[in-house]
Design a protein. Structure first.
Length: 146
């Protein structure tokens, strides 16, 4: 793999290239990394653009490389592009639907399901203050405090 172009390839392309360089099948990589064949397939097919630290570490081990090398091929997203109005809309939706067990909201970045909760805090005067929280189930998006 050419060093100059290696930074510009996707995670899927990197994993496939590295796996083939090691002469591994997908099953070989699954076995060497301790990940399931389904996880390897999902990564190589481009469905996983971001990895958890644990998956990244296992994948790096299976590919005989380090975490940083894998991470640099994950999709980089500027979460500041999510408008404050959209963040506020998500907060309000979480608060309005807190008692609805079927409530589901999608990530404004990757459209995966957001994991939501409401933190119950108290101010200096002992008044209950509700803080909606959300993080994406796939990408690093989190509802910011602003």
């Amino acid at each position: 793999m050419n060093k100059n172009s290696s930074n510009n390839i996707s995670l899927a392309q990197f994993v496939i290239s590295k796996r083939e360089e090691l002469n591994f099948t997908r099953q070989d990589l699954a076995d060497k990394s301790g990940l399931s064949l389904e996880e390897i397939n999902s990564i190589e097919q481009g469905f996983d653009l971001f990895l958890s630290a644990m998956v990244r570490q296992k994948l790096a081990k299976g590919l005989k490389t380090d975490n940083k090398e894998v991470k640099k091929h994950e999709q980089k997203t500027d979460f500041n592009l999510v408008k404050k109005s959209k963040m506020q809309e998500i907060r309000e939706l979480i608060l309005l639907n807190s008692n609805n067990p079927n409530f589901e909201i999608r990530c404004p970045v990757c459209n995966s399901k957001l994991i939501t909760r409401i933190a119950k805090l108290y101010d200096l005067e002992d008044n209950l203050v509700l803080h909606p929280k959300a993080k994406c189930s796939k990408c690093p998006f989190q509802l910011n405090e602003n």
